[in-house]
Ligand binder design. Structure first.
Ligand code: SAH
Length: 213
């Protein structure tokens, strides 16, 4: 086995040992090569279980956190998913293997542009990447079966809660941006919401408005 194949095998082993056990999620993470989303200085660390810097001062999440969030969403094949925080596009690419359609929004035009190019190169045709302030959601495409927020806010944004279908699930890191946050799974009930705390995480903050490039 060559060195790259060994690293990829260790990558999947690390995911399993950190609690990513859903076979659909593991298969998706086997299919989507993280190496496409990490370029430049850190390219040779793409298969390590750690967050890494991408452009615009942002980070690509730790693979085990991507796996655990994807697993918590319990995505069904016919689902429409909204992701807030496209970043490198890695999480969206995983989601695209699990769902029927994925909308992903980022406030950095440049990140959206780069992610779109990767999606096209990888032939991931069911992802729509949009530049915008994702904390308002996407009213034109709502409601969503699943919503994933990959930037931390002090509370789950109200417009996102409103754009979740009944029975739908949202996973969102909640807490101060400079501290450890809690990853929360929110399920929309017939009346109200159920909140379940999953684990401690650390994400960049959810910021208002479009980024000045
Ligand atoms: N999911 C990404 C990692 C996201 S990093 C990946 O797989 O690589 C968090 C991202 O959230 C950053 O790219 C940041 O620009 C974006 N972000 C922060 N606030 C936002 C907002 N209000 N709307 C949309 N994107 C936002």
């Amino acid at each position: 086995m060559d060195a790259l194949a060994t690293r990829k095998m260790q990558f999947l082993y690390a995911l399993r040992s950190k609690g990513v056990t859903d076979t659909r999620v593991l298969t998706a993470m086997e299919q989507i090569d993280r190496g496409h989303f990490v370029t430049g200085l850190f390219a040779d660390r793409a298969y390590e279980d750690m967050p890494l810097p991408i452009g615009c001062g942002q980070t690509i999440s730790q693979p085990s956190v991507v796996g655990l969030m994807s697993q918590a969403l319990d995505i069904q094949p016919r689902d429409t998913v909204l992701e807030v925080g496209t970043g490198s596009g890695y999480q969206a690419a995983i989601l695209s293997k699990l769902a029927r359609r994925v909308y992903t929004v980022d406030r950095h035009r440049q990140l959206v542009r780069e992610a779109r190019t990767i999606f096209t190169d990888m032939d991931l045709t069911n992802i729509t990447a949009i530049t915008g302030d994702g904390s308002h959601g996407l009213p034109d495409q709502a409601p969503f079966d699943r919503i994933i927020v990959t930037a931390a806010s002090e509370d789950p944004p109200g417009p996102l809660l409103a754009q979740l279908k009944i029975g739908g699930i949202m996973v969102v890191p909640v807490g101060q941006s400079d501290a450890v946050q809690s990853l929360i799974k929110v399920t929309r009930l017939e009346v109200g919401f159920d909140y379940h705390e999953l684990r401690a995480v650390r994400f960049v903050p959810l910021l208002e408005g479009l980024a000045k490039e």
